[in-house]
Design a protein around this ligand. Structure first.
Ligand SMILES: [Zn+2]
Length: 331
């Protein structure tokens, strides 16, 4: 059976090449820790890169073959959003990264498609790069963080970006980068990742809805990674707030539950009951296949996991594994 993965990251070879022997990639550098693990160093902050982040396209394809994954809709490594750096640096790293994805698509058009990274700290520059990748490079959309230097996506300055993304038919994949909302409370137990990612995604859903973005852009296509985080589990409380406290409705014209089917959600929820609940809440046509390659939170055998789930019909498995993304992205 076909499978199309919308959540598969690329740490570009141009980063690895440029940072060889102490060099830098637009100011980003690389070092090894005491255990020999590779670390990206960005403005003094260090983030660990897993071994497969260094894979060449050929090694990636071999790994995809072993996993039974046909297509990676490539998105950049979220550590390279670079929203906190000078716009010129973010433009340069975005273009390098996006150009490398384009080269991979050109070389293996049956195996790769592309989501860009964008210099979101400058809306005009972000729109320009989105237009370049969509019009000139044939990308399917872009991946962006839940917040841009602490600002949520409902901020008025981003509306031109949402309008542009809608007009271009871009799929926008929301994916955390750097700190999550949990970091200021607790950094222990890996909670900024295991809980923070999911909280961030629910905040993104709520702000896009209550901030009026989904009403202002009726054709905007948004995919919430990690199953939308706590969106579906929290929708009842958001709904009650909307009804009981009308002053908190913001720009939204309908209760939050009415917007659930305006979004897409990847299947990275780890348990069968959570996936079943996601499907039953948002509809099978809204759930797409994702793996989080090549990070430690990736499913071990993602295609096998879906195929082995007793509570999903064969039609549902095919919809998630490939039919939905084939239709949505024209693959
Ligand atoms: Zn990811």
């Amino acid at each position: 059976m076909r499978s199309i993965d919308i959540h598969a990251h690329l740490t570009p070879q141009c980063f690895w090449r440029s940072t060889e022997n102490g060099g830098d990639w637009h100011g980003l550098t690389r070092e090894q820790n005491a255990r020999g693990h590779e670390l990206a160093v960005i403005a003094g902050a260090r983030s660990a890169l897993p071994p497969r982040a260094r894979y060449t396209p050929e090694q990636r394809l071999a790994d995809m073959d072993s996993l039974g994954v046909d297509i990676h809709v490539l998105s950049p490594y979220s550590g390279f959003y670079n929203y906190h750096l000078d716009t010129a640096i973010a433009v340069a790293t975005s273009q390098d990264s996006n150009n490398e994805i384009y080269d991979m698509i050109q070389s293996w058009p049956e195996r790769f498609a592309g989501l860009a990274t964008l210099p979101m700290q400058d809306v005009k520059a972000a729109v320009a790069e989105l237009e370049r990748v969509m019009v000139q490079l044939g990308f399917k959309g872009a991946m962006i963080d839940d917040k841009i230097n602490g600002v949520t996506p409902d901020a008025p300055e981003f509306l031109p970006f949402w309008k542009a993304a809608e007009q271009m038919g871009a799929m926008i994949l929301f994916h955390q980068g750097g700190n999550t909302v949990v970091n200021s409370r607790i950094k222990r137990y890996h909670l900024p990742n295991s809980v923070g990612n999911l909280a961030d995604r629910a905040i993104t859903f709520a702000t896009l809805v209550m901030g009026g973005v989904m009403d202002a852009c009726p054709d905007l296509r948004i995919c919430l990674s990690h199953g939308g985080g706590y969106t579906c589990q929290g929708i009842g409380r958001m709904e009650r707030t909307w009804h009981n406290r009308p002053a908190t409705r913001g720009q939204s014209t309908q209760p939050p539950s009415q917007y659930l089917r305006r979004f897409y959600y990847d299947c990275i929820v780890y348990t069968e009951s959570a996936l079943r609940y996601l499907i039953d809440t948002v509809g099978i046509d809204r759930v797409v296949f994702g793996t989080d390659w090549p990070y430690d939170m990736e499913f071990d055998w993602p295609v096998s996991w879906i195929l082995g789930l007793d509570s999903l019909t064969q039609d549902e498995k095919e919809a998630i594994l490939w039919k939905n993304l084939e239709r949505l992205l024209g693959l």
